[in-house]
Design a binder for this molecule. Structure first.
Ligand SMILES: NC(=O)C[C@H](N)C(=O)O
Length: 322
Protein backbone atom coordinates (compact mmCIF):
# COMPACT_ATOMS: atom_id res chain seq x y z
CA UNK A 1 0.00 0.00 0.00
CA UNK A 2 1.24 3.49 -0.85
CA UNK A 3 2.38 5.66 2.06
CA UNK A 4 0.91 9.09 2.87
CA UNK A 5 3.65 11.66 2.56
CA UNK A 6 3.25 15.29 3.51
CA UNK A 7 5.44 17.45 1.25
CA UNK A 8 6.24 20.90 2.65
CA UNK A 9 8.03 23.50 0.54
CA UNK A 10 9.99 26.31 2.21
CA UNK A 11 11.98 27.73 -0.76
CA UNK A 12 15.70 27.64 -1.54
CA UNK A 13 17.49 26.99 -4.83
CA UNK A 14 15.36 23.88 -5.36
CA UNK A 15 12.42 26.28 -5.84
CA UNK A 16 14.31 28.92 -7.85
CA UNK A 17 15.13 29.67 -11.51
CA UNK A 18 18.06 31.40 -13.16
CA UNK A 19 17.14 34.50 -15.23
CA UNK A 20 18.79 35.83 -18.42
CA UNK A 21 21.35 37.86 -16.38
CA UNK A 22 22.49 34.74 -14.54
CA UNK A 23 20.83 35.69 -11.22
CA UNK A 24 19.22 32.78 -9.36
CA UNK A 25 15.93 33.96 -7.82
CA UNK A 26 12.71 32.72 -6.23
CA UNK A 27 9.65 32.78 -8.54
CA UNK A 28 6.06 33.70 -7.87
CA UNK A 29 5.17 30.18 -8.92
CA UNK A 30 7.35 27.61 -7.19
CA UNK A 31 8.58 25.28 -10.01
CA UNK A 32 8.18 22.33 -7.63
CA UNK A 33 4.43 22.79 -7.25
CA UNK A 34 2.79 20.19 -9.43
CA UNK A 35 5.72 17.80 -9.33
CA UNK A 36 3.57 15.74 -6.95
CA UNK A 37 2.09 14.00 -10.01
CA UNK A 38 5.51 12.52 -10.67
CA UNK A 39 5.86 11.65 -7.00
CA UNK A 40 2.45 9.92 -6.98
CA UNK A 41 4.26 6.92 -8.45
CA UNK A 42 5.86 6.41 -5.02
CA UNK A 43 3.36 7.79 -2.49
CA UNK A 44 0.10 9.62 -1.83
CA UNK A 45 1.34 13.19 -1.68
CA UNK A 46 -0.24 16.10 0.17
CA UNK A 47 1.58 19.29 -0.73
CA UNK A 48 1.84 22.51 1.29
CA UNK A 49 3.84 25.64 0.50
CA UNK A 50 4.82 26.94 3.95
CA UNK A 51 7.23 29.61 2.65
CA UNK A 52 9.06 30.49 -0.53
CA UNK A 53 12.21 31.90 1.05
CA UNK A 54 15.90 31.71 0.26
CA UNK A 55 17.25 29.87 3.28
CA UNK A 56 19.42 32.80 4.52
CA UNK A 57 16.02 34.43 5.22
CA UNK A 58 14.92 31.53 7.44
CA UNK A 59 15.16 32.31 11.18
CA UNK A 60 14.25 30.33 14.30
CA UNK A 61 10.80 31.96 13.98
CA UNK A 62 10.17 30.15 10.65
CA UNK A 63 11.70 26.97 12.09
CA UNK A 64 9.18 27.09 14.93
CA UNK A 65 6.32 27.79 12.48
CA UNK A 66 7.41 24.76 10.51
CA UNK A 67 7.47 22.65 13.67
CA UNK A 68 3.96 23.86 14.56
CA UNK A 69 2.70 23.08 11.04
CA UNK A 70 4.14 19.56 11.30
CA UNK A 71 2.45 19.02 14.71
CA UNK A 72 -0.88 20.23 13.36
CA UNK A 73 -0.76 18.04 10.25
CA UNK A 74 0.42 15.01 12.22
CA UNK A 75 -2.50 15.41 14.64
CA UNK A 76 -5.00 15.91 11.81
CA UNK A 77 -4.57 12.69 9.95
CA UNK A 78 -2.59 9.76 8.77
CA UNK A 79 1.00 10.90 8.06
CA UNK A 80 3.56 8.20 7.27
CA UNK A 81 6.38 10.58 6.57
CA UNK A 82 7.24 14.23 5.92
CA UNK A 83 9.48 15.63 3.21
CA UNK A 84 10.62 19.24 3.42
CA UNK A 85 12.27 21.12 0.57
CA UNK A 86 14.65 23.80 1.87
CA UNK A 87 17.51 26.03 0.78
CA UNK A 88 20.85 24.42 1.51
CA UNK A 89 22.55 27.37 3.24
CA UNK A 90 20.68 26.88 6.53
CA UNK A 91 19.19 23.44 5.89
CA UNK A 92 21.30 21.82 8.60
CA UNK A 93 19.98 24.34 11.14
CA UNK A 94 16.30 23.78 10.35
CA UNK A 95 16.90 20.01 10.32
CA UNK A 96 18.55 20.12 13.75
CA UNK A 97 15.90 22.48 15.15
CA UNK A 98 13.20 19.99 14.11
CA UNK A 99 15.26 17.13 15.51
CA UNK A 100 15.26 18.76 18.96
CA UNK A 101 11.64 19.92 18.95
CA UNK A 102 9.73 16.94 17.49
CA UNK A 103 9.50 13.32 18.58
CA UNK A 104 7.66 11.32 15.92
CA UNK A 105 8.34 7.77 14.83
CA UNK A 106 7.66 8.64 11.21
CA UNK A 107 10.60 10.18 9.35
CA UNK A 108 11.08 13.87 8.66
CA UNK A 109 13.32 14.16 5.60
CA UNK A 110 14.85 17.41 4.35
CA UNK A 111 16.19 17.90 0.86
CA UNK A 112 17.33 20.72 -1.41
CA UNK A 113 19.31 21.44 -4.55
CA UNK A 114 22.54 23.10 -5.54
CA UNK A 115 21.36 23.95 -9.09
CA UNK A 116 18.11 25.82 -9.65
CA UNK A 117 15.22 24.31 -11.59
CA UNK A 118 16.16 25.50 -15.12
CA UNK A 119 19.95 25.08 -14.88
CA UNK A 120 21.88 22.38 -16.68
CA UNK A 121 22.11 19.31 -14.42
CA UNK A 122 19.43 20.63 -12.04
CA UNK A 123 19.42 18.26 -9.05
CA UNK A 124 16.20 19.34 -7.36
CA UNK A 125 13.64 16.90 -8.74
CA UNK A 126 16.13 14.03 -8.46
CA UNK A 127 16.78 14.80 -4.76
CA UNK A 128 13.07 15.24 -4.11
CA UNK A 129 12.21 11.85 -5.60
CA UNK A 130 14.93 10.23 -3.49
CA UNK A 131 13.71 12.03 -0.36
CA UNK A 132 10.17 10.72 -0.95
CA UNK A 133 11.50 7.20 -1.51
CA UNK A 134 13.43 7.38 1.77
CA UNK A 135 10.43 8.81 3.64
CA UNK A 136 8.41 5.77 2.46
CA UNK A 137 11.01 3.26 3.61
CA UNK A 138 10.19 1.31 6.78
CA UNK A 139 13.78 1.57 8.00
CA UNK A 140 13.53 5.37 8.01
CA UNK A 141 11.21 5.16 11.04
CA UNK A 142 12.57 6.14 14.46
CA UNK A 143 15.63 7.79 12.95
CA UNK A 144 14.49 11.36 13.72
CA UNK A 145 15.20 14.13 11.25
CA UNK A 146 17.36 13.13 8.30
CA UNK A 147 18.66 14.75 5.13
CA UNK A 148 18.66 13.16 1.67
CA UNK A 149 20.82 14.69 -1.06
CA UNK A 150 22.95 13.30 -3.84
CA UNK A 151 22.19 9.59 -3.18
CA UNK A 152 23.13 9.85 0.52
CA UNK A 153 21.17 9.84 3.78
CA UNK A 154 22.64 11.87 6.63
CA UNK A 155 21.48 12.47 10.18
CA UNK A 156 20.60 16.04 11.18
CA UNK A 157 22.93 15.76 14.20
CA UNK A 158 25.99 15.29 12.00
CA UNK A 159 25.34 16.89 8.65
CA UNK A 160 26.92 20.14 7.50
CA UNK A 161 27.23 22.03 4.23
CA UNK A 162 30.85 21.64 3.16
CA UNK A 163 31.02 23.08 -0.36
CA UNK A 164 29.68 26.35 -1.73
CA UNK A 165 28.65 24.82 -5.04
CA UNK A 166 29.13 21.04 -5.32
CA UNK A 167 26.05 18.78 -5.49
CA UNK A 168 28.00 16.65 -3.02
CA UNK A 169 28.00 19.51 -0.51
CA UNK A 170 26.34 17.74 2.43
CA UNK A 171 28.71 15.65 4.50
CA UNK A 172 28.81 14.30 8.04
CA UNK A 173 32.44 14.91 9.07
CA UNK A 174 33.73 12.34 11.54
CA UNK A 175 30.62 10.16 11.21
CA UNK A 176 29.70 9.68 7.54
CA UNK A 177 26.23 9.10 6.07
CA UNK A 178 23.75 6.76 7.79
CA UNK A 179 22.56 5.29 4.52
CA UNK A 180 22.49 5.52 0.76
CA UNK A 181 19.97 5.49 -2.04
CA UNK A 182 20.48 3.55 -5.26
CA UNK A 183 18.25 3.17 -8.31
CA UNK A 184 16.68 0.12 -6.68
CA UNK A 185 17.02 0.36 -2.91
CA UNK A 186 17.10 2.59 0.12
CA UNK A 187 19.86 1.19 2.32
CA UNK A 188 20.33 2.28 5.94
CA UNK A 189 23.57 1.10 7.56
CA UNK A 190 23.62 3.18 10.78
CA UNK A 191 21.10 4.46 13.32
CA UNK A 192 21.33 7.26 15.89
CA UNK A 193 21.80 5.90 19.42
CA UNK A 194 19.70 8.52 21.19
CA UNK A 195 17.30 11.33 20.46
CA UNK A 196 16.61 14.35 22.57
CA UNK A 197 13.31 16.23 22.78
CA UNK A 198 12.89 19.72 24.22
CA UNK A 199 9.44 21.22 24.58
CA UNK A 200 9.33 24.81 23.36
CA UNK A 201 6.31 26.99 22.59
CA UNK A 202 8.11 30.15 21.57
CA UNK A 203 11.62 31.37 20.88
CA UNK A 204 12.27 34.60 22.70
CA UNK A 205 15.87 34.57 23.86
CA UNK A 206 18.87 35.56 21.78
CA UNK A 207 22.03 33.49 21.42
CA UNK A 208 25.16 34.60 19.54
CA UNK A 209 27.80 32.48 17.82
CA UNK A 210 31.37 33.78 17.63
CA UNK A 211 34.35 32.24 15.93
CA UNK A 212 37.58 32.43 17.96
CA UNK A 213 40.77 33.41 16.14
CA UNK A 214 44.46 34.00 16.91
CA UNK A 215 44.84 37.31 18.71
CA UNK A 216 41.11 37.69 19.48
CA UNK A 217 40.36 40.31 22.14
CA UNK A 218 37.61 40.51 24.77
CA UNK A 219 35.66 43.45 23.31
CA UNK A 220 33.34 41.51 20.96
CA UNK A 221 32.41 39.19 23.80
CA UNK A 222 31.86 42.07 26.21
CA UNK A 223 29.55 43.72 23.67
CA UNK A 224 27.17 40.78 24.01
CA UNK A 225 26.34 42.03 27.50
CA UNK A 226 25.55 45.52 26.22
CA UNK A 227 23.40 44.02 23.44
CA UNK A 228 21.47 41.89 25.99
CA UNK A 229 22.24 38.48 24.56
CA UNK A 230 21.05 35.56 26.68
CA UNK A 231 23.83 33.15 25.74
CA UNK A 232 26.85 32.65 23.51
CA UNK A 233 28.53 29.79 21.70
CA UNK A 234 32.25 30.14 21.04
CA UNK A 235 33.81 28.19 18.21
CA UNK A 236 37.10 27.70 19.99
CA UNK A 237 40.54 26.74 18.76
CA UNK A 238 41.44 23.04 18.60
CA UNK A 239 39.89 21.22 21.55
CA UNK A 240 38.01 24.36 22.60
CA UNK A 241 40.73 26.78 23.69
CA UNK A 242 40.76 30.59 23.47
CA UNK A 243 43.46 33.30 23.59
CA UNK A 244 44.08 34.73 27.11
CA UNK A 245 42.40 38.10 26.37
CA UNK A 246 39.12 36.35 25.58
CA UNK A 247 39.01 34.86 29.10
CA UNK A 248 38.28 38.32 30.55
CA UNK A 249 35.12 38.60 28.39
CA UNK A 250 34.06 35.06 29.26
CA UNK A 251 34.37 35.82 33.00
CA UNK A 252 32.16 38.89 32.61
CA UNK A 253 29.46 36.87 30.85
CA UNK A 254 29.57 34.09 33.43
CA UNK A 255 29.39 36.62 36.30
CA UNK A 256 26.23 37.97 34.65
CA UNK A 257 24.85 34.38 34.52
CA UNK A 258 25.01 34.29 30.71
CA UNK A 259 25.80 30.70 29.62
CA UNK A 260 28.94 30.29 27.53
CA UNK A 261 29.10 27.12 25.42
CA UNK A 262 32.28 25.94 23.69
CA UNK A 263 32.60 23.94 20.49
CA UNK A 264 35.60 23.60 18.20
CA UNK A 265 36.21 25.41 14.94
CA UNK A 266 37.75 22.12 13.72
CA UNK A 267 35.13 20.06 11.93
CA UNK A 268 36.40 16.68 13.14
CA UNK A 269 36.72 15.52 16.74
CA UNK A 270 35.02 16.65 19.95
CA UNK A 271 35.81 19.77 21.98
CA UNK A 272 36.60 19.05 25.63
CA UNK A 273 38.47 20.59 28.51
CA UNK A 274 42.02 19.28 28.21
CA UNK A 275 44.44 22.19 28.52
CA UNK A 276 45.08 23.87 31.87
CA UNK A 277 46.90 27.02 30.63
CA UNK A 278 45.13 30.40 30.61
CA UNK A 279 42.37 30.14 28.02
CA UNK A 280 42.83 26.35 27.77
CA UNK A 281 39.64 24.28 27.71
CA UNK A 282 40.15 22.74 31.16
CA UNK A 283 40.54 26.13 32.81
CA UNK A 284 37.49 27.40 30.88
CA UNK A 285 35.52 24.42 32.15
CA UNK A 286 36.59 25.26 35.72
CA UNK A 287 35.25 28.79 35.18
CA UNK A 288 31.86 27.35 34.15
CA UNK A 289 32.07 27.13 30.35
CA UNK A 290 29.99 24.21 29.03
CA UNK A 291 31.38 21.97 26.31
CA UNK A 292 28.95 20.79 23.60
CA UNK A 293 29.67 17.24 22.54
CA UNK A 294 29.76 16.38 18.85
CA UNK A 295 27.91 19.30 17.25
CA UNK A 296 29.14 22.27 15.25
CA UNK A 297 28.78 25.93 16.22
CA UNK A 298 25.56 26.68 14.38
CA UNK A 299 23.84 23.65 15.89
CA UNK A 300 25.17 24.34 19.41
CA UNK A 301 23.75 27.85 19.06
CA UNK A 302 20.29 26.47 18.20
CA UNK A 303 20.54 23.93 20.98
CA UNK A 304 21.33 26.62 23.55
CA UNK A 305 18.54 28.82 22.16
CA UNK A 306 16.04 25.97 22.42
CA UNK A 307 17.30 24.95 25.88
CA UNK A 308 16.87 28.53 27.14
CA UNK A 309 13.29 28.54 25.83
CA UNK A 310 12.20 25.20 27.25
CA UNK A 311 8.74 25.52 28.81
CA UNK A 312 9.00 23.26 31.87
CA UNK A 313 11.89 23.03 34.34
CA UNK A 314 15.08 24.83 33.31
CA UNK A 315 17.44 22.60 31.41
CA UNK A 316 20.54 21.35 33.26
CA UNK A 317 22.91 22.80 30.67
CA UNK A 318 25.86 20.54 31.46
CA UNK A 319 23.84 17.37 31.08
CA UNK A 320 21.96 18.83 28.09
CA UNK A 321 25.12 19.42 26.07
CA UNK A 322 26.75 16.11 26.97
N1 LIG B 1 21.51 25.77 -2.79
C1 LIG B 1 20.77 26.60 -2.07
O1 LIG B 1 19.64 26.28 -1.77
C2 LIG B 1 21.41 27.89 -1.63
C3 LIG B 1 20.47 29.05 -1.45
N2 LIG B 1 21.23 30.27 -1.26
C4 LIG B 1 19.54 28.85 -0.26
O2 LIG B 1 19.92 28.32 0.72
O3 LIG B 1 18.44 29.26 -0.30
Amino acid sequence: MKKNILLIHTGGTISMKMNETGAVLPNEQNPLIGISQKLAEFANITEIEAFNLPSPHITPKEMLELRDLIMKQANNGQVDGIVITHGTDTLEETAYFLELTTQFSFPIVLTGAMRSSNELGADGVYNLVEAVRVACDKNARDKGVIVVMNDEIHHSFNITKTSTSSVNTFQSPQYGPIGLVTKKVVHFHHAPIRRRFVEVHSIQKRVALLKVYAGMEADLIEMLLECHYDGVVLEGLGQGNVPPDVVKGIKELLNAKIPVVAVSRCFNGIAEGVYGYEGGGKSLEELGVIFATGINGQKARLKLLIGLNQVSAPVDMKEYFN
